[in-house]
Design a binder for this molecule. Structure first.
Ligand code: URA
Ligand code: SF4
Length: 191
C-alpha cells in the first residue's frame, strides 16, 4: 500500500499479476480528482480505453459524460473514475474471477487514497463485487447501500444503455438521486 497516487500508478504500469498484462496496449489506471468524494467504478477497459489509456472514452464513455454533465459532474474536476480491472480483457469478455482478484488490490489502494464518501458502480460486474454478491442490478439500481461507512449505489452500465436505449430514463433517474445524495452528504463536490 502507498499513500501516493503517482507512485501507485507507476507500480500498476509494471503489473504482471494476471494474464491480461500479456494482451494490453495500455494499462488504464483511472482518471479524475484524487480528492473527490465520489468514485465511479466500471468493469474494465474496452478497445478504445486500451488504445488511449483512459477509462470510458468510447461511445459508452460519451454517454457517461453526458449523464455526468447533466448532474454537474465532470470526470476531470469533481469525481474519480476507475475500473475493476486495469487491463482490457480480450474481445471485451467479462473479467474472470481470478483476474478480478488479482487486480482488486490496486483499486483498494486507490480507494484508500481517495477516501470517497460515495461509490457508484457502473454495471453488474462492479456492483456484485463491490456492493453485494447477490446484487440484482435491474431491480436494485439507484438504491443506496452503506458498507464500511461508505454510501454505495449501482447504476446501469453505459454499454447496456447503448444496447437498449429504453433503459436511459432509468439511468438518468439514478443520476438525479445521486445528485441529491451528493448535496446531502458531500455538498462541496459542487463548490
Ligand atoms: N467499460 C467499462 O466498464 N470501463 C471502461 O473504462 C470502458 C468501458
Ligand atoms: Fe495487473 Fe490488473 Fe492488469 Fe491484471 S488486470 S495485469 S492484475 S493491472
Amino acid at each position: 500500500m502507498t499513500d501516493n497516487m503517482n507512485d501507485l500508478k507507476k507500480m500498476c504500469l509494471e503489473c504482471k499479476k494476471c494474464r491480461l498484462c500479456e494482451t494490453r496496449t495500455n494499462l488504464v489506471f483511472g482518471v479524475g480528482n484524487e480528492n473527490a468524494d465520489v468514485l465511479f467504478i466500471g468493469e474494465g477497459p474496452g478497445e478504445n480505453e486500451d488504445l488511449q489509456g483512459e477509462p470510458f472514452v468510447g461511445r459508452g464513455g460519451k454517454l457517461l459524460d453526458k449523464m455526468l454533465n447533466a448532474v454537474d459532474l465532470d470526470r476531470k474536476k469533481n469525481i474519480y473514475i476507475a475500473n475493476m480491472v486495469k487491463c482490457r480483457p480480450p474481445k471485451n469478455r467479462d473479467p474472470l474471477p481470478d483476474e478480478q482478484d488479482a487486480c482488486i488490490g490496486w483499486l483498494r489502494n486507490q480507494v484508500k487514497i481517495i477516501r470517497p464518501k460515495i461509490i457508484v458502480c457502473l454495471g453488474r460486474v462492479a456492483a456484485t463485487k463491490i456492493i453485494k454478491k447477490d446484487m440484482k442490478i435491474t431491480k436494485e439500481h439507484g438504491i443506496f447501500f452503506e458498507k464500511n461507512g461508505v454510501v454505495m449505489m449501482a447504476t446501469l452500465h453505459p454499454a447496456a444503455l447503448l444496447r437498449d436505449p429504453r433503459k436511459k430514463p432509468d439511468a438518468f433517474e439514478d443520476f438525479q438521486k445521486l445528485r441529491d445524495k451528493i448535496k446531502e452528504i458531500c455538498p462541496h463536490t459542487y463548490d
